[in-house]
Design a protein around this ligand. Structure first.
Ligand code: UD1
Length: 369
């Protein structure tokens, strides 16, 4: 039986586009890897479709944890991950991003004495009310090898006492996926059922924006105003849909073009063809920078500052007046052109695989190639 060198973990939608090129690069480099899906996201639209679209190998292990409070979800992943880790006995566990599955599996591995590799390390919003920020800080503290997407991440890690010898700047694996799939992106006319000459795409799911009825209502009101100028297309996240229904805000969606959560290739085409993207997502700030599409981020901070300094992103927060002003400004001047950040070149996953190959202990009987 071949020894598994790296056990890779993916759990939620934003993980899948990151794990896809990593799995491919590990295979290409001759590293024996297995894939584990925690099942944090489980709907076909939030999970299975991404495996098919992105050619991610079928997971070798599926924990099927599903939803729950943060404590329940994290604990379930930990409980179910430990026996799998014990049976696979990999040389390292590789986690990506900042979701609950990331910290849960990293923590189990670290306590079992298995090396942890973190892809997309060192990003910081310095906002501890974001669950993802807690996941980032803790995962980095217990990781043995940390791969960063932008240079600011190293400064964040140094501030937290991380040994720089463990950190390598490799670029952005999510952008590897974007370049690899751009030609296959589904044209927006197909996703929308008709060609729209100009439109904005909105994504909204952060607890800070969608869990409070007054905040969510005010956001939907200003989006309604924007929609009167530029049609707004909203692929609706299950968390947001649930809250809109619970808070009795469904009527505020009437004038918008509402879509279900989209597959990767549909979303890519929709963003590429958009005049503007409004979002509270982390990854979309980076994808719009790579696409050269203007992005207004409906948050007060970002853990991805290079999208502001070099990309097309502008932070506008959740204040309706500020959003309206930024929108009007953008309609007048078209927004910043931006440029592609260093190493967002489609080769980040190969850099990662080569480093891992040199870093892992050679399994018995295997000679260096
Ligand atoms: C999670 C991640 C967040 C990421 C987001 C993208 C954490 C802490 N958060 O947040 O970083 O940006 O995913 O989607 O890990 N649900 C479904 N179907 C699914 C998955 C979830 O209906 O396939 C529902 C759940 O029942 C729950 C809600 O959506 O009510 C939220 O899901 P959850 O995974 O808890 O967190 P997200 O808000 O999606």
């Amino acid at each position: 039986m071949t020894m598994t060198q790296v056990l890779c973990v993916a759990g939620a939608r934003p993980n899948f586009m990151k794990i896809a090129p990593v799995m491919a690069a590990l295979a290409e480099t001759g590293i024996a890897a297995q894939l584990l899906h925690t099942g944090q996201h489980y709907d076909a639209a939030m999970s299975d479709g991404f495996f098919a679209d992105l050619g991610i190998p079928r997971p070798d292990h599926h924990l099927e944890v599903g939803s729950g409070s943060h404590a329940v979800q994290t604990a379930e992943v930990m409980k179910r991950f430990e026996p799998v880790l014990d049976s696979v006995q990999p040389q390292a566990v590789l986690v990506v991003g900042d979701v609950n599955s990331t910290i849960a599996c990293a923590l189990v591995a670290a306590k079992r004495g298995v090396r942890v590799i973190h892809v997309e390390a060192g990003l910081r919003s310095y906002d501890r009310s974001m669950p993802e920020e807690i996941n980032r800080v803790l995962t980095d503290q217990i990781s043995d090898l940390l791969f960063t997407t932008e240079k600011s991440a190293l400064a964040n890690l140094l501030r937290e006492g991380i040994d720089p010898a463990r950190v390598e700047f490799v670029g952005n694996v999510m952008i590897d996926t974007l370049y690899r799939n751009l030609e296959r992106a589904v044209p927006s006319s197909q996703t929308l059922g008709a060609a729209l000459p100009a439109y904005a795409v909105l994504t909204l799911h952060r607890p800070s924006n969608v869990d409070d009825p007054a905040t969510l209502a005010a956001l939907l009101d200003v989006i309604g105003e924007i929609n009167a100028v530029l049609p707004v297309v909203l692929p609706l996240h299950p968390r947001t849909r649930g809250n809109i229904e619970k808070f009795g805000l469904t009527a505020k969606l009437d004038a918008l073009r509402i879509l279900p959560p989209l597959g990767y290739l549909e979303m890519l085409g929709l963003m590429r063809d958009a005049k503007l993207v409004l979002t509270d997502s982390g990854g979309i700030q980076e994808e719009t920078t790579a696409l050269g599409v203007a992005c207004l981020t409906l948050r007060d901070n970002t853990e991805r500052p290079i999208t502001l300094t070099e990309g097309t992103n502008t932070l506008v927060g959740a204040d309706p007046a500020a959003i309206r002003t930024a929108f009007d400004q953008l309609m007048t001047d078209g927004g910043r052109a931006g440029c592609i950040p260093e190493y967002w070149d489609g080769r980040a996953a190969m850099r990662i695989a080569h480093t891992i190959k040199g870093w892992l202990p050679q399994p018995a009987g295997v000679r260096g190639s």
